[in-house]
Ligand binder design. Structure first.
Ligand code: F3S
Length: 392
């Protein structure tokens, strides 16, 4: 691999042990994937934040990197942690968990990483431009950045995104190269998509069929997707099929399709069957919205629904802290909370320890959450659009 003078200095340890360790990992990755150089990245989004997902081993690694003096070089942000940093106690997060979680956040803070814990950095002003190279590691954020924003990121793991943050570069391979950003599956949709949850359901089906490939959607009949819809679509495909990039005709900045691409059609019957299969229970202990983290426009919609009919069960709406603050300034958070909802920041229903908090049945409108809640949180699911799950 060809390294610049600066990169070579980092590798030689002349810029500190933290940078040396990080550069060693990046060079090793580059060699594995056949990169011939590094490419500068403008931001890093780092997964591996919840104590539930990284445990003591991950915490030990982060403490080690912090002790070596590793500091980030570029704007760097975190994926959701395992709890709301301000109201964890009131939400019922176990104390032993909270102590470990704070140690993880302290280690990241020591390395200079901003304490924005969200899977939707693009909703809080971190919106890379078309063609911008970044190193993000949360699967739904990767999908949104690559597909909707037209930025370029590989599917980084937490450690490789952290190393990119520390060195300011990432190996130049994979989705950083236009020649690899080519769809190999054309998807026609012969079903009605009327809400975000339908887009999530579609994502679950297509993700399974594309198996890590790149799907290209022909325009959706009768539906003009907005960013919230595409957020749900991409998150579900990433969860069910590790899809890092997709195109939507006339909507996404890129549209590159291989002439050998296979073509599939998703029918209404398939959508109905998939929805039925997800529903294991007809009532829930907790309703969770905001997967990926909710935008202000989603909060407006939820608030209007709750105004009509308040919710009686526990309702979490997961958001970035910056969105919660904005919602408070707008009076939106107060309206939601008056009608039974809780704006839960910094975390989400999947990476919080729901299973330790007495919940067994969770209602969701998100395809991605529907993939992970049964396995990571041992939850039985109630799945549907918001109006179908809020009052169950
Ligand atoms: Fe975000 Fe958690 Fe869903 S990280 S995409 S809200 S599973």
């Amino acid at each position: 691999m060809e390294l610049t003078t600066n990169e070579q200095l980092m590798l030689n340890g002349e810029m500190g042990q933290g940078k040396q360790k990080a550069m060693e990992i990046l060079v090793a990755l580059g060699k594995i994937y056949g990169a011939n150089k590094m490419i500068p990245v403008t931001s890093a989004q780092i997964a591996g934040v919840s104590y539930k997902t990284i445990g003591d081993a991950g915490l030990g690694y982060l403490k080690h990197m912090a002790a070596l003096g590793a500091k980030v070089e570029i704007p760097s942000f975190l994926n959701p942690a395992g709890m709301d940093i301000e109201q964890w106690e009131a939400l019922g997060i176990p104390q032993d968990f909270a102590i470990k979680q704070m140690e993880i956040l302290d280690a990241y803070a020591t390395m200079g990483i901003k304490m924005s814990c969200t899977c939707t950095p693009y909703l809080i002003g971190i919106k890379p431009k078309v063609g911008e190279h970044i190193a993000w590691s949360e699967s739904s954020a990767i999908s949104f950045a690559n597909s909707v924003l037209g930025a370029k990121t590989n599917r980084e793991g937490g450690p490789s995104a952290l190393c990119a943050a520390i060195c300011g570069v990432t190996p130049y391979y994979g989705l950083h190269l236009d020649e690899n950003r080519v769809a190999n599956l054309i998807v026609k949709v012969d079903a009605k998509l009327t809400n975000r949850s339908d887009f999530g359901l579609l994502g679950l089906i297509v993700g399974k069929k594309s198996n890590g490939g790149i799907p290209a959607f022909k325009t959706f009949p009768g539906a003009r997707p907005n960013e919230n819809d595409l957020k749900y679509l991409g998150a579900a495909m990433a969860a069910s099929g590790s899809v890092p990039l997709y195109f939507v005709e006339k909507f996404t900045p890129e549209w590159r399709v291989s002439k050998d691409a296979e073509q599939i059609t998703i029918t209404q019957k398939e959508m109905d069957k998939a929805k039925k299969a997800l529903n294991e229970v007809d009532t829930a202990d907790i309703i969770t919205l905001g997967c990926p983290h909710a935008s202000i426009s989603e909060l407006v919609e939820i608030s209007q629904l709750l105004e009509k009919k308040p919710v009686k069960k526990t309702l979490w709406i997961c958001v970035a802290r910056e969105i919660k603050i904005k919602a408070q300034e707008m009076g939106l958070a107060q309206k939601i909370e008056k009608n039974g909802g809780k704006l839960v920041a910094d975390t989400c229903m999947v990476v919080a320890p729901l299973e330790r908090m007495g919940y067994k049945r969770t209602a969701v409108d998100s395809g991605k959450a529907a993939v992970y809640l049964p396995t990571m949180c041992q939850q039985k699911l109630l799945f549907g659009k918001i109006e179908e799950i809020l009052w169950k």
